[in-house]
Design a protein around this ligand. Structure first.
Ligand code: SAH
Length: 229
């Protein structure tokens, strides 16, 4: 799967994709992340990407021309399997369900806003959808794009070493089922500062362990996230 990112801060992404699962998936060719500098599609000496808002008010707005030019030069043709996403606090909420849906796309192009946001014509006439990562306002779409890519990447077949490990994750409809939280996990030592791990996990009875995990996932979901039950 290929991700394109359109940003005025390409260097921002040196960190988020340089570790663990995402880094390995890129090295293995399962994932390609291409970062594009929006300023490459400006034509003035100052490489201007923003301008003052019509109607007055605070802040600056990302201009439409470089954004349209960038997308149309990265993808001269649009079509199924090529989805343009605008990161936006006003978008539909990104969640595990949306991540599963996006993981079945061939390639995505993520537009990162800055300042007061992006000229509305980008949302109306260029992007396929606007996505928000939560009800709070970031200073730019870069962190949101990194969140989306990290979340989607681990759902691509082969990216996680063990194919089933994503199935049992929190919010997945598979695994413990019903989109609950994952069950709690413990590792050695079996006793730490007097706190013992549940006995059933040590007895090697796989059916009992499966039942225990299912119950523990239900119990924790009901306690911490009753909205999911
Ligand atoms: N004035 C806008 C916020 C602009 S923040 C508003 O109140 O809605 C600047 C940029 O950060 C946005 O264009 C968007 O790309 C990004 N951004 C901010 N919050 C976000 C969120 N919750 N999810 C995704 N992107 C976000």
């Amino acid at each position: 799967m290929t991700f394109h990112i359109l940003t005025i801060f390409p260097e921002f992404f040196a960190g988020p994709f340089a570790h663990g699962v995402v880094k390995r998936a890129c090295a293995a060719g399962l994932l390609e992340i291409r970062i594009h500098n929006l300023r490459d599609w400006t034509h003035d000496r100052h490489r201007t990407v923003d301008d003052r808002p019509f109607g007055g008010g605070e802040g600056m707005v990302l201009k439409p021309e470089p954004v349209f030019d960038a997308v149309e030069s990265i993808w001269p043709e649009r079509g199924p399997g090529r989805k343009v996403i605008l990161l936006s606090a006003q978008g539909r909420m990104f969640d595990q369900g949306v991540a599963n849906r996006l993981s079945r796309e061939e390639t995505l192009l993520l537009i990162c806003g800055r300042y007061e946001g992006v000229d509305e014509r980008v949302a109306e006439h260029l992007a396929d959808e606007e996505l928000s990562i939560g009800n709070y306002v970031l200073s730019g779409g870069e962190l949101a794009a990194a969140v989306v890519i990290d979340t989607v990447a681990r759902l691509i077949p082969g990216v996680l070493g063990n194919e089933t490990s994503a199935a049992f994750d929190s919010f997945q409809e598979t695994g413990h089922g019903e989109g609950l939280l994952d069950c709690p996990h413990w590792t050695r030592p079996a006793e730490f500062r007097g706190w013992k791990v549940p006995e059933v996990l040590l007895n090697g009875n796989h059916e009992e362990i499966r039942q225990f995990r299912k119950g523990a996932a239900r119990e924790k979901t009901a306690r911490l996230r009753p909205d999911l039950v």
